[in-house]
Write a protein that binds this ligand. Structure first.
Ligand code: MRU
Length: 331
């Protein structure tokens, strides 16, 4: 069973001399590719959510470092690394991948051109992420009952990773192993990753799904129509507090109240061993117009003050478990 083939799309690919990514701003209405030929292109793509999802922005940054001009110039290479790391501060996979590239860069000797070493390392990060997704899927499948109605938030699918996804990787693995799966998709305001991206992916895979407004999940839980919640993560702290798309914390509290198992699926590249707890995680604040407008259409007074944190922190003690490529961690 090859789940990637069943999904049937390529969303990140290194060609001879540049990176091509599926433009996630345009999905599902059009399938357009965005060409990253410079560091500036990569910074634009990460900042503006052409590519998004913690593992995928790490992989994009790794390939982007193969595009640095005058790679032999250490100072400029390291300055570019720092610039990339700061584009989106919450997802630790970004700095994790850049640090891997820095370590690879350090291994090039003397006056050798580091280009080959850098490209090999970026491709390795990509391959490893794909493998971790598959393993997360297999471990996660162990906790999915034969019949299950699962709620997910945002998009932690193939589009967010270099493989089949983390939370959706578990769902795909369970579904293609023959289990009866139905997925409730939170639309995920304000950028609508659930409505636009998760719904698109699940439809391609043929997984039964229903879109709901973010506000509907409490009603569904109270009616026993959700058996399990599974989400991704952008950074997991040492005490298992974790940051994920805004609204995840609400779901964890609701699931806890209703005694519904609440899982996070994340590769070990999302674990930050220098971060003691959720209070230490920097939360990205995005443009207020993401809330005041919906895809360019003004829905609020243009001067209405709006507060737009992209992520929230869920305390580890609300988790039933974290599904990693090495197995399931329970708090
Ligand atoms: O702002 P986004 O779309 O990058 O946020 C993505 C998420 O919050 C995902 O759940 C997370 O990165 C995990 S992706 C495997």
């Amino acid at each position: 069973m090859n789940i990637s083939e069943k999904l049937g799309f390529k969303h990140i690919e290194w060609t001879d001399d540049h990176l091509v990514v599926l433009d996630q701003r345009k999905l599902p209405l059009s399938k357009e590719y965005f060409h990253i030929g410079s560091i500036d292109d990569a910074i634009f793509a990460i900042k503006n959510l052409v590519v998004r999802g913690a593992p995928l922005i790490g992989i994009t940054a790794a390939y982007a470092l193969c595009l640095v001009e005058n790679q032999e110039n250490r100072d400029s290479f390291f300055a570019t690394c720092e610039a990339l790391k700061s584009v989106r501060p919450t997802a630790v996979n970004l700095s994790w991948a850049v640090n891997r590239m820095i370590n690879a860069y350090e291994t090039h000797v003397g006056d050798d051109n580091p280009a080959r070493i850098l490209l090999d390392e970026a491709a390795k990060i990509h391959r490893e992420d794909s493998k971790m997704c598959e393993e997360i899927g297999l471990h996660g499948n162990d906790i999915i009952p034969d019949e299950c109605r699962i709620l997910t938030h945002c998009n932690a699918g193939a589009l967010a990773t270099g493989g089949i996804g983390t939370a959706l990787g578990v769902i795909y693995t369970a579904f293609f192993s023959g289990k009866t799966i139905e997925v409730w998709i939170n639309e995920t305001r304000p950028v609508l990753q659930g409505a636009r991206l998760t719904a698109w992916e699940l439809a391609r895979a043929g997984v039964p799904h229903t879109l709901i407004s973010d506000n509907a999940s409490g009603k569904l839980m109270s009616e026993n129509r959700i058996n399990l919640v599974i989400v991704g993560a952008d950074r997991v702290a040492k005490n298992l507090d974790f940051a994920n798309k805004i609204g995840t914390y609400n779901l964890a509290v609701l699931a806890n109240y209703h005694n519904i198992p609440f899982y996070c699926a994340a590769p070990t590249s999302t674990f930050d061993h220098n971060c003691p707890d959720g209070g230490s995680i920097e939360i990205e604040k995005r443009d207020a117009d993401e809330i005041r407008k919906i895809f360019g259409a003004q829905i609020s007074n243009p001067t209405t003050p709006a507060y737009n944190p992209a992520f929230d922190v869920t305390p580890g003690n609300l988790l039933t478990g974290i599904i990693t490529e090495n197995g399931i961690i329970t708090p």
